[in-house]
Design a binder for this molecule. Sequence first.
Ligand SMILES: *Cc1c(COP(=O)(O)O)cnc(C)c1O
Length: 789
Amino acid sequence: MEYQLSQIAAIVGGGFSGTDSTVQSVVTDSRSLTCELGTGPMFVAMCGANHDSHDFIGEMRARGVRAFLTERAVDAAPGCGYVVVRNAIEALQRLASYHRAQFRGTVVGITGSNGKTVIKEWIAEELPAGMKCYRSPKSYNSQLGVPLSVLMLEGDERLAIFEAGISKPGEMERLERIIRPDVVVFTSIGDAHQENFLNLDQKCLEKMILARGASRIVYHSHYEPLGRMIAAHFAGRKLYDAAAFPRVPEAVVGNEASRRNAQIVEAFCAAMDFPEPAFSSAPEVAMRLEVKEGINDSVLINDAYNLDLNSLALALDYLHNVALSRRRTLVLSDIAQSGLSDDELYGRVAGMVARAGIDTFIGIGPKLKRYASLFACEREFFASTGECIARIGRDAVAGRAVLLKGAREFRFERLAHALARKSHTTVLEVDLDAMIHNLNYFRAQLSPRTKLVAMVKAGSYGAGDFEVAQMLQHEGVDYLAVAFADEGVLLRERGIAMPIVVLNADADSFDLMIANRLEPEIYGFRSLDDFAAAVSHAGEARYPIHLKLDTGMHRLGFMEEEIGRLCEVLPTRPEVKVASVFSHLNCADMPEEDAYTRAQIARFDRMSGAVAASLPYPVLRHTANSAAIERFPEAQYDMCRLGLGLYGFGWRHNDALRPVSTLRTRIVQIRRLAAGETVGYGRAGRLTRPSVVATIPVGYADGLDRRLGCGRWSVRVGGEAAPVVGRICMDSCMIDITDVHGVAEGDEVLIFSPAAGNDPEAMARVLGTIPYEVMTSVSGRVKRIYLKE
Ligand SMILES: *Cc1c(COP(=O)(O)O)cnc(C)c1O
């Protein structure tokens, strides 16, 4: 797109002031930065439920942004232009609708419950050679995602494909006005996102609104009632029922759903008069990128999503977020099917690489090699992925953040494997999107002014250290809290710059803490004196500390009768500055103890109030943990401390939260045993029938509690429960897969996962403990992998 800011004001009906400029891209996330800023960005500020991005306007100006779309008047700065509207999302929708109206190519809209992204990518692969096509990046299919993706249209594409996703009535109406598709593809219909609809018929009718102006409609009559409703409703249009298309060879595509997707793609090609698709294989669309530890202390970001310029821009943004203080390496393959000339394509790639601050560029494929001179940073080129694996230098990887972004035919998974830190097959997979969902769930219960401490002690309750902290920093959490100084030091070494509180600060580590700007919990006069001495020794003053009060847990903290003396001592200690005063509620999750908790809150109010009143500067007061945020909204004070909830568990089972961790491994061996045979140490597993037994490489040294043996826990194989047979060994255990069919060696096994019955809550019940212990028991030798959309 390319508009003058004043023109945008006229299109969206907003008030324009300041200096006009050319706008070529839209930024809604103040943290996204690396790629767009070279290209006439307009920053859009909005007031959301959880945050107000008008706060970032100054920062965006400092980064060179000159054009702003805002929801209220802001202080004008020289050289900048502003458009003020009532609702920024509506304004973007209006602008996108205008932009769409200028487009001369064919527009395809895809909607349905599942398979939208897979079909979109598949269609893009089956296009006639050389056709310039735009497709929305990843799943940009929401009320904000659709306008953003329409605004990325350059105008000379011959085909543009957009996804439309809805979760409640009324939404498709707005999306249709923006996309106005010439062709609509309906994928499957199911009960996903059903909560806001009366029934399936209502949801189908809502989805069908996307096709109200379309001349060609592709659907699959297997999906009822949608198929029947489309046939009746759109009788006058050109309808293409995918069920009528010859079945693609079974060997090519996997299950039934995948075969139906292939038929939909085939019907689409017929609707467009494209050549029949070749169907060499079903595309595997990896929607999420994977972050894991690489060799030589590197961080690997493997983005296997299809490679085009838009997805490269998103991945570079993510690299920017993860890298922090690390140097950055990008490994990129040649890009196929862009519809641009090579000169233009690689010219743009080089511009993006320069703006993203890449330190080392590694190009794979003959085309990038030809354009080597465009890349100004350190660079290296290889003809093939194989050559790169064999010859890549350690220096390009060691200590760095490395982004791998390759087109599918370059098979970068081999490179990812070669660069990953080796360890055994058992991994703990951590879903960072689920964690953000949980964070927002709790934020929505806090008043907008209440600050948040995220508890990342014990390696983020077992979920891993740096990546979780990086995400929380990125999401704008106010403080992190760790248990011990060395946990905080590790985060600092990796570039986490936000305030970090150390809960169990012991005098031995005070110097280390001060050197790393870590803030201690001070729980008694002795620790106050010792810390003040350490601060003074380091030549500092007014160092932030956090005072812990004991309101009834009797673990650590100043008692109520000590508050008077504390208030006298503090003014004599200019070495420290009280950043916060806090206490811990030890029964906030127990309704039967609510009277006790209320008394604790009242005591906290008195004690912290007295301390705050004795100080000549403002201090934060906080006492609520996850359970208290939900159960005692009156105890929010200035800040809350979110732990368990972040990782997906409530004070009682809560379906609105998403557990973040999955412990997975693979079957290493399968054997068939006769009835009467015994399995494992002590012959504890006695088989009462002919059985199929599989061995998995996870044992009590990995954190699989030995008391889960002998059938007390079942893992999942292919979605079915498989009980543990016999005793759990140190490094492995055996499971009974007699009742699970079609299992082979190498198949995946879920030890625990978010699935009901297989989750840490269920495991905790078996063990007579709490999910906290289950999560923190997964040992350090189990590699953590982070997933992010
Ligand atoms: C661990 C911890 C929390 C977090 O509690 P959750 O129940 O996990 O939310 C809060 N405050 C203190 C002092 C803690 O040690």
